[in-house]
Design a protein around this ligand. Structure first.
Ligand code: SF4
Length: 370
């Protein structure tokens, strides 16, 4: 301990100062937002976690009418296509594979069934928390074929690659990925005309860096990169509307404590070594060129589609479901005819009602408090 420095009192004082600074930031940002009197501004919350946090923290309630928040395509479960669920069920029922998946995917509807209902017909479906859990399960059960449902964006793709690398190192041959990994730049391109500016997902850009956001700003597409606390979200929104009034395209990284300009080179090189871009279908949106990632030729033995010769499955969504329009910011969840009636979190008709990051589930949970 330094002379004259009491760790308890001084650190307590420092933490009090930090809390004070955060409170002041929150108050300043709230003031900017509530007093906003500029042009109408449509902001796309690309990320489902942003949608939920903005609701949960009551931020929507303080925004004036000119600031409109719309949902975007950044919930990985919501954009996973119907045909992908059909493929997973086929692998479980026809090939007897043990399907390992994140919990949310289990209830996402396929054409005729979900993985949950397929369980009733004998499908082996195991919920895991990471791809490495699935690889470990495969190592412990050499008599089973284990398929991990690899969905998600730039944030989760490196961990799927790590699991494949671990399987290679361990000599595990009964493990594979059914890939539906997606990348955001194609989605930004596809969505850029639906919004005035993007609220970019901080965790995605912690991996990719901010180059794509800078490039979009040069092309006239504005946005701010945001974190997930109340202070970070309010600050990002306040910066966004302040800069928007200036009338020039901009990009501001409002999450610099996590997002660096060059992102995570380590994660980028891991993915680049094992995966390559491919065209990818987004539920309700269609195929976006080069917006997916699939395993490279050198990792083909870990690709479930190659390994099991999975037939092409187009998949058919429930005709009542409007997830595609919700994910493009064209429709509020409450404008879907079956919202809160036939479609609830207990009985989801579409993927946006299933996931904890889904826009429909956010509106169902918090929308009545608006
Ligand atoms: S309320 Fe249900 S059916 Fe309607 S768009 Fe949302 S998830 Fe799809």
């Amino acid at each position: 301990m330094k002379r004259g420095h009491c760790s308890t009192c001084c650190e307590g004082a420092a933490s009090y100062d930090r809390e004070e600074a955060v409170n002041q930031t929150i108050e300043r940002a709230k003031e900017i937002l509530t007093r906003y009197d500029g042009p109408h501004c449509r902001i796309m919350e690309v990320c489902g976690t942003h949608t939920h946090e903005i609701f949960r923290q009551g931020i929507r309630r303080i925004l004036p009418r000119q600031i409109e928040l719309i949902s975007g395509p950044g919930c990985p479960v919501c954009v996973t296509p119907v045909g992908y669920i059909d493929e997973a069920i086929w692998l479980a029922l026809e090939k007897g594979a043990t399907v390992c998946t994140f919990g949310d995917l289990v209830r996402v509807p396929g054409t005729e069934a979900s993985l949950q209902t397929a369980r009733g017909e004998g499908a082996a479906v195991k919920v895991v928390y990471t791809p490495l859990d699935a690889e470990r399960y495969a190592a412990e059960h050499p008599d089973e074929e284990v398929v991990f449902l690899s969905v998600g964006f730039e944030t989760t793709t490196p961990s799927a690659c790590l699991a494949v690398r671990k399987a290679q190192q361990d000599g595990i041959r009964n493990f594979s990925l059914l890939t539906a990994n997606k990348t955001m730049p194609g989605a930004y391109e596809a969505m850029k005309d639906s919004t005035d500016l993007f609220l970019y997902p901080g965790h995605v850009h912690a991996i990719t860096g901010t180059g794509i956001c800078e490039k979009l700003a040069e092309e006239g597409v504005s946005g701010v990169c945001a974190g997930f606390t109340a202070s970070e979200l309010l600050t990002a929104l306040a910066v966004a509307v302040t800069r928007y009034q200036e009338g020039k395209p901009f990009f501001v990284n409002c999450y610099p404590r996590v997002v660096r300009p060059d992102g995570s080179p380590k994660a980028q090189s891991l993915v680049a070594a094992m995966m390559e871009p491919c065209d990818e279908e987004w539920r309700g949106i269609g195929i976006i060129p080069d917006s997916g990632m699939k395993l490279k030729e050198s990792c083909q033995m870990y690709d479930a589609r190659t390994r099991f010769q999975v037939p092409e499955m187009a998949g058919r969504a429930n005709p009542a479901c409007r997830c595609g329009q919700v994910l493009k910011g064209e429709l509020l969840p409450t404008q879907c005819r079956v919202f809160g009636k036939a479609c609830t979190p207990e009985h989801p008709v579409g993927a946006c009602m299933v996931s904890s990051e889904g826009a429909c589930s956010a509106w169902y949970l918090y929308g009545q408090n608006l």
